[in-house]
Ligand binder design. Structure first.
Ligand code: TLP
Length: 339
């Protein structure tokens, strides 16, 4: 089976398993886990912020960030297809008690003008505008990168209008590698940034949330209320350290494989797939029919992938699928779509 459902399916590397087995641990809720403490220091440095917090998942990191920035009733601006809005079980409303305000874009890319246009003048009837969430790379936009100059312009516009900025950098390392910059450059200016260690970076569990010392102190309390105080979590943080220190550069291989797969799918009948649109480790495949039965047929051909729309399939490349032959993916699609 070739599993391209997500880069979340990656298993820890042998080196990670070794580090996990021998990790020094303690009770992290007491601040006693040396491996978690080290991961948090390394992550803060890596993301260019004062402090960081190890969290159980990307969802927890995003939601803790929104809870920390916002009070109930505040307005949170999100790109219309952002993960924090689409896939986090209504957490903005449910956990922070805040109101999400989607900003519609043609391609997932926020611009200063779109941010400006969505903000209203102060009025007693309106919620207090508080936070802008940016996603980079953008999942539902097919792993698209918001390039550094455009990212900076959006951050500046948000700050100029008094908003805080949270960066959902679940795949920030992919965005950084694709642009030839460091993750800290890619997160510059954001008041908080979340990055997943458990996707292309191959850690089994966990994400990091980074920001100012004061922000992280409050975020730590908000993580606790969500049940995210994880005790001897050093066993997981040990793998997270390897994710940050050793797994970033190889993301290039995932990006190259995604390109090659898109090129192989380009001329498959009933499929629209443009290799020029592949920027990182995702391939979007548009079909002339509903995706769901095609997914079943692909699975019968030995290829697992997921739908990201009624007629759209998403393929995600990652380390555990690095031996995938693009022509095999194209063969599976041809067979699944035959007839
Ligand atoms: N994305 C998952 C699914 O939830 C869709 C995937 O397979 O791509 N932000 C972004 C941009 C994400 O893509 C994800 C996960 C998260 C946050 C949440 O991370 P986890 O799954 O660790 O809660």
């Amino acid at each position: 089976m070739i599993d391209l459902r997500s880069d979340t399916v990656t298993k820890p590397t042998d080196e990670m398993r070794q580090a996990m087995a021998t990790a020094e641990v303690g009770d992290d809720v007491w601040g006693d886990d040396p491996t978690v403490n080290r991961l948090e220091q390394v992550a803060a440095e890596w993301l260019g912020k004062e402090a960081a917090l190890f969290v159980a998942s990307g969802t927890m990191g995003n939601q803790v960030a929104v809870m920390t920035h916002c009070s109930p009733g505040d307005e949170v601006f999100v790109e219309g297809e952002a993960h924090v809005y689409w896939y986090e079980v209504g957490g903005i409303a449910r956990l922070a008690g805040a109101q999400p305000r989607p900003i519609l874009t043609p391609d997932g890319l926020l611009t200063p003008d779109l941010v400006q246009a969505s903000l209203r003048e102060e009025n007693i009837h309106y919620p207090v505008p508080r936070l802008l969430c940016i996603e980079n790379t953008h999942n539902r936009a097919g792993g698209k990168v918001l390039p550094l100059p455009a990212y900076k312009a959006v951050v500046d516009k948000a700050h100029e209008r008094g908003l805080k900025v949270h960066l959902d950098g679940a795949r920030l390392a992919n965005a950084a590698v694709a642009q030839g910059i460091s993750p800290r450059e890619a997160a510059a200016g954001a008041d908080s940034v979340m990055c997943c260690l458990s996707k292309g970076l191959c850690a089994p569990v966990g994400s990091v949330l980074a920001g100012s010392r004061e922000f992280i102190a409050t975020a730590r309390r908000n993580r606790k209320v969500l049940g995210g105080g994880m005790r001897q979590a050093g066993i997981l943080a040990a793998a997270g350290l390897i994710a940050i220190e050793r797994m970033v550069e190889r993301l290039r291989e995932d990006h190259a494989l995604a390109q090659a797969i898109a090129a192989a799918l380009h001329d498959v009948p009933h499929v629209t797939c443009d290799p020029n649109k592949v920027e990182t480790n995702m391939v979007q495949v548009d079909l002339d029919r509903p995706a769901s039965p095609v997914l079943d047929a692909l699975a019968r051909e030995g290829l697992l992938c997921g739908a990201s729309g009624p007629t759209r399939i998403r393929l995600v490349t990652h380390r555990d699928a690095s031996g995938t032959r693009p022509e095999e993916v194209a063969r599976a699609f041809r067979a699944a779509l035959a007839g």
